[in-house]
Design a protein around this ligand. Structure first.
Ligand code: ADP
Length: 271
């Protein structure tokens, strides 16, 4: 056997690693003398700069998956990799946004956004510049010195998104981030997130109960089964990536929603 030509070696080395790889992940929780299987052989990936959504009913293991990805819980079998590196403990190269914005009421917008930079003792001047840019990016440039109680729910969630990105993480995990917002604010936030995703060049894993939200946002939707959580389907959404809200009225959009909803016909529990 001859040596591999240098060109091929370079091509292999340059192939982009998936931003997130979830590889045959199983999680069992001890319950008395037995155990409860929350995740059972779950595999999928999020490519570099891709936005992937996960939908599944309550109890299908979405929170468990997030805890494993961020390194707060160890899997029973399988592994997760972020940026090609296996997660073995808590890691900081991940930003996370949850359903509640969890802002400190006594800190201003900029002080809230700076929190991860302060905790990680990052360069203060560079972090402040980045925080201001991110606050502009989420449309709150005029509100840097306001306090959370002066902001609407949607604005607070924008602060949480800017905060999740201030330490420039490789990936952004979003767990039902717009679930507590009213329907119209939620639609506006979905549009905003698409813009932010394009402009920030982040890879995003977005968890939601809403099938239309998943189809609107993502290039692929991972459909989970009820407990134990398994991957029932990965649906490639072949719609223009710059789709606006009017895309929701298109027949193809309805067809994707129908295909995903069909998985939950007997279960319900999803929007
Ligand atoms: P989801 O976020 O999709 O609602 P979870 O990951 O919270 O699902 O939970 C998946 C299953 O695992 C549920 O049945 C839940 O009761 C169970 N579970 C979650 N955490 C624990 C735990 N620490 N101990 C025992 N069972 C748990």
């Amino acid at each position: 056997m001859g040596a591999i030509p240098a060109r091929e070696v370079r091509a292999t080395a340059a192939a982009p690693a998936a931003a997130i790889t979830v590889d045959n992940l199983t999680k069992r929780y001890p319950v008395g003398a037995t155990s409860l299987t929350a995740l059972d052989g779950v595999s999928f990936d999020v490519r570099d700069r891709e936005l992937v959504a996960i939908v599944g009913p309550s109890g299908c293991g979405k929170s468990t998956l997030l805890k494993i990805l961020t390194g707060l819980t160890a899997p029973s079998a399988g592994e997760t990799r972020v940026g090609g590196r296996v997660t073995t403990g808590p890691r900081r190269d991940i930003g996370a946004v949850f359903q509640a914005p969890l802002l400190f009421p006594w800190r201003t917008v900029i002080e809230n956004v700076m929190l991860p930079a302060d905790v990680q003792r990052l360069d203060r001047a560079a972090s402040l510049r980045r925080a201001r840019d991110l606050i502009d990016l989420v449309g709150l440039g005029e509100f840097v010195d306001r306090y959370p109680n002066e902001l609407s729910g949607g604005m607070q969630q924008r602060v949480a998104i800017a905060r999740a990105l201030v330490h420039d993480p490789a990936i952004l995990l979003m767990d039902e981030p717009f679930g507590a917002l009213d329907a119209m604010t939620r639609e506006r936030m979905n549009l905003e997130l698409k813009r932010l995703w394009r402009e920030s060049h982040k890879s995003i894993l977005f968890i939601t109960h809403s099938i239309p939200e998943a189809v609107f946002l993502a290039s692929r939707v991972v459909v989970m089964t009820p407990r134990p959580g398994r991957v029932a389907d990965v649906v490639e959404i072949d719609l223009p990536s710059d789709r606006g809200l009017e895309a929701m009225n298109a027949p193809e959009f309805g067809a994707y929603v129908g295909r995903i909803r069909a998985h939950f016909g007997a279960v319900g529990g999803l929007d």
